[in-house]
Design a protein around this ligand. Structure first.
Ligand code: ADP
Ligand code: GN1
Ligand code: MG
Length: 370
């Protein structure tokens, strides 16, 4: 189990990473559900600059050596690709700030794993789509990311979370959480459990296609939500894909699908008023167009056809994960209030139902752009 976060631990980590300047202050940063993220401010030659400091969630990413080996590999590969195209690698990918002894992360005295990144300035991550153009930019950026990594030596990547998007396994894990019913919560969520069970057959579709050789394994990001891509404040273009903890072999449909799950929703992931939660087909179309523009050349017809199913399954899977976490006592996703996982799972199931309602159109749009 992770040690409680204390100022002492944070300061210990800061002191052991080769940040430049003298420490001014630090503050919790961002709205990720997994790691502990801080903006750390330093004074240097009369100016202030900041870095990102993160304590990796080692309850979830139990092997930080392998995890950071992946990130070193992927970011240095991207750096070369970006430089070859005349780009600015300090803004267009993550850059690790090494520890004082030259390692990619610092092990604190309580076993915690900390890393520093250059702060990508003058760019924003969004938690909801405010301007459809940003969503289009996100699509192009995630698509380009997938394309750039197509020649990355996939066999060298560690699986940081085994079977991360194996939706059929996620379903079995979900059933195990219902059976254990650790906190006696199952009786209050019968409708949600029934919704998942009614979709059991769906959970096999993509993993079966993969096993049958109908869909190829690619290097994918696997966590393509909108707040994992930085949009340039000046140009509105996507500049960098961040949160690289789950870069590993996966399906193109996973990356497309997880973006739709989060970004094409008309409401926040934890919206309580389900009347406000819909899958906005025009946002879906915008994303599909942008994604195919940059990733499309590398995709087979079967992969293109699998994109709507990616959207539905990533949403169903995420809902199952939120509900399982609720049943297990909220041990995985960071909460900001007690029933948040329940609210989150309900929005996901509402989105799945709304995708089913618009299924024919979702497929027709793939035909239109493919
Ligand atoms: P989590 O795994 O918890 O989602 P992330 O790596 O996505 O953690 O970081 C959380 C948030 O911190 C991001 O959504 C983004 O807003 C911000 N962030 C992360 N890395 C950087 C960076 N290098 N520059 C600027 N902001 C960043
Ligand atoms: C987590 O780390 P973050 O907040 O970007 C989760 C994703 C979920 C997402 C739901 C490693 O993403 O799989 O889709 O929450 N990441 C991990 O919002 O489990
Ligand atoms: Mg994130």
């Amino acid at each position: 189990m992770k040690a409680p976060l204390t100022d002492e631990l944070i300061r210990e980590a800061i002191a052991n990473i080769s940040f430049e300047g003298s420490l001014l202050r630090y503050t919790p940063y961002g709205s990720g559900h997994i790691n502990d993220t801080f903006a750390v401010y330093f004074g240097f030659e009369g100016a202030t600059h900041r870095y990102i400091l993160q304590r990796i969630n080692t309850d979830i990413f139990t092997d930080p050596d392998s995890l950071m080996e992946n990130i070193v590999g992927v970011t240095s590969y991207l750096r070369r690709e970006i430089e070859a195209r005349g780009g600015d690698y300090t803004r267009e990918t993550l850059n690790i700030v090494p520890t004082l002894d030259g390692r990619p992360y610092y092990r604190d005295s309580k076993g915690g794993a900390w890393r520093g990144y250059l702060f990508i300035e003058n760019a924003t991550t969004f938690d909801t789509v405010k301007d459809p153009k940003d969503f289009y930019s996100a699509a192009r950026t995630f698509g380009k990311f997938q394309n750039l990594l197509q020649n990355y030596p996939a066999a060298t990547l560690h699986e940081t979370i085994a079977k991360f998007h194996d939706t059929a396994k996620r379903y079995r894990d979900f059933e195990a959480a219902v059976a254990a019913d650790k906190l006696g919560r199952a009786k209050d969520v019968e409708a949600e459990i029934a919704f998942v069970r009614a979709h059991e057959a769906d959970t096999h579709v993509l993993v079966d296609a993969l096993a049958a050789g109908k869909l190829p394994l690619k290097v994918t990001h696997n966590d393509t939500k909108l707040n994992n891509v930085m949009i340039d404040d000046a140009t509105g273009e996507g500049i960098a894909v961040i949160d690289l903890d789950t870069v590993m072999p996966g399906l193109a449909a996973y990356d497309f699908g997880d973006s739709i799950r989060f970004g094409a929703s008309t409401a926040a992931e934890d919206e309580k008023d389900l009347d406000r939660v819909r899958m906005d087909i025009s946002l879906y179309e915008i994303y599909l167009k942008g994604f195919l523009e940059t990733a499309g050349d590398g995709l087979s017809d079967a992969e293109k056809k699998s994109l709507p199913m990616g959207a539905k399954l990533m949403t169903l899977e995420c809902g199952m994960r939120f509900l399982a976490d609720y049943l297990e006592g909220d041990v995985y996703f960071r909460l900001h209030y007690p029933e948040q996982n329940l609210d989150r799972c309900r929005t996901q199931f509402k989105l799945v139902a709304d995708m089913e309602r618009q299924w024919a159109e979702m497929e027709a749009l793939v035909e239109k752009y493919a």
